[in-house]
Design a protein around this ligand. Structure first.
Ligand code: NAD
Length: 449
């Protein structure tokens, strides 16, 4: 049975508190990714049939850029900040000092198995923690490549990596970590939350859900179709912030679907070389979902490669099975609405999604929809790209998650912001000390309003 004694001893030595140590470890991680790049790319191809181009853009290059960003800003992030003090607290200075939480557990999902493990790790290192990593067991080749890279780079008492199935993850959740960072399904997120609560361990939960792409009659249909197709097709729909479905204004339905079909055709590999579903089980689930719709029956598929041609589903309603769960595959249902007030009223009844995309050139419509609906994050006239801006916090709300990360938000997630005051010893305001008097009471009433 694993315990955290070595990590605790390492953390208690105190070196993770130094800027120079954190920078050297981030640099080590950067060089490790470069050294193991070929291995990681090959593993991603074997697990998900990810092309090196896509894998570099969304995983390898993505985390390298993220390390560079953290290295550039870390000095500023770590500084103790001097803040204002209320005037009645005489001769007092106030500060906020970020401090590491301690030992953190990072649990990854299968769909971006490198990025979803390494991105939080960057935050954990930057904030001065030690970490235990648990990659997804479903991405078997990448799991192995990650083990090789991490073991080759870090002292095991500082950054460790543990592999295994749900039972292994479950036993890790019995250890007394100082923070748990989980990426995965809402179902497992609930298990993690419950176990963490038993020991009062704070959590970040990066979960999933059904993210809509809304297209109104004021949208540029060509651009909308292109950007929605991009967001859906990347990793064959296995992206937490992929548009799960399209919600299009009825009056432009036909025209929009025709644009979407063109774009999907243009983006699809002529040799049918699509991203693969991660497992046979997931492949069968997506095939069954597709087959439940008349349009899905025509989809090309390859059981051996676990690939499925992208499908647009027309005439879908909220009662259909496909609208009752996150799809996580290359099926794009299209629903229609009559006007934006009806759309807002309907979406307010649904769970708050991880992302929402709105396609319209009308500023009033943009304001109306973005200020009425709650969602983790999103984009106007695009999909996915908000994820890749390190100046934006990323995370869900409601059932799509708890907490945020990326850039400074990662640093905050893995730090405790310790607030304290410092007071001179020469002068004291008698007002705060007993015994009470009517005069003191009168003065306190004047200050505290
Ligand atoms: P998953 O929930 O099945 O697995 C995630 C992790 O949980 C794995 O490491 C696994 O070992 C562990 N796990 C599985 N069952 C467990 C159990 N019973 N007890 C303890 N641990 C357990 O998720 P997945 O299938 O790998 O990923 C797909 C899901 O993740 C989708 O819902 C997707 O939306 C979501 N996701 C969210 C984000 C985000 O940033 N919000 C990113 C990627 C994926």
């Amino acid at each position: 049975m694993m315990n955290l004694d070595h990590q605790k001893a390492f953390f208690n030595q105190g070196m993770t508190r130094d800027l120079s140590f954190r920078k050297s470890q981030l640099n080590a991680l950067y060089h490790a990714i470069e050294k193991h790049e070929k291995n990681l790319l090959l593993a991603l191809e074997k697990d998900l049939n990810k092309s090196p181009y896509e894998a570099y853009m969304t995983e390898i290059g993505y985390v390298k850029k993220s390390i560079s960003f953290a290295l550039k800003h870390l000095n500023k992030w770590m500084k103790t900040k001097h803040v204002k003090t209320p005037y009645y607290q005489l001769f007092t200075q106030s500060y906020i000092q970020p401090e590491p939480l301690g030992i953190v557990l990072i649990i990854g999902a299968y769909n971006y198995p490198v990025q979803l493990l390494i991105e939080p790790l960057i935050g954990a290192i930057a904030a001065g923690n030690t970490a235990v990593l648990k990659p997804s067991e479903q991405a078997v080749y990448t799991e192995q490549a990650l083990v090789e890279m991490i073991r080759d780079t870090f002292d095991q008492s500082y950054i460790d990596i543990i592999t295994g199935d749900a039972a292994v993850t479950s036993s890790l959740l019995d250890l007394k970590f100082d923070h748990i960072f989980f990426t995965g399904s809402t179902r497992v997120g609930k298990i993690v939350y419950e176990k963490a609560a038993k020991q009062l361990i704070p959590v970040t939960l990066e979960l999933g859900g059904k993210s809509p792409a809304i297209v109104t009659q004021k949208a540029n249909l060509k651009h909308s179709a292109k950007r929605i197709a991009f967001g859906k097709l990347i990793n064959s729909g296995q992206t937490c912030i992929a548009p799960d479905y399209v919600y299009v204004e009825k009056i432009i339905e036909k025209e929009f679907i025709s644009e979407l079909q063109k774009m999907i055709k243009k983006f699809s590999d002529p040799h049918g070389n699509y991203g693969a579903m991660i497992t046979d089980k997931h492949y069968q689930n997506i095939v069954a979902l597709a087959a439940a719709n008349p349009h899905g029956k025509t989809a090309e598929k390859n059981q051996e490669k676990r690939t499925i041609e992208p499908i647009i589903m027309h005439h879908v309603s909220w009662e259909d099975d496909i609208m009752k769960r996150e799809i996580f595959g290359p099926i794009l249902p299209v629903l229609t609405f009559d006007n934006t007030s009806e759309l807002i009223a309907t979406l307010k009844e649904k769970e708050k999604p991880l992302a929402l995309y709105l396609f319209t050139d009308d500023k009033a419509e943009q304001r109306k929809i973005f200020s009425s609906l709650s969602f983790g994050g999103g984009a106007i006239n695009d999909t996915i790209i908000h994820f890749a801006n390190p100046h934006l916090p990323f995370g869900g709300v409601g059932q799509s998650g708890i907490g945020t990360y990326h850039g400074y938000a990662s640093f905050l997630t893995f730090s405790h912001m310790k607030g304290y005051t410092k007071k001179g010893i020469k002068l004291d305001l008698p007002l705060t000390y007993p015994p009470a008097s009517d005069k003191k009471f009168h003065m306190i009433k004047k200050f505290l309003k």
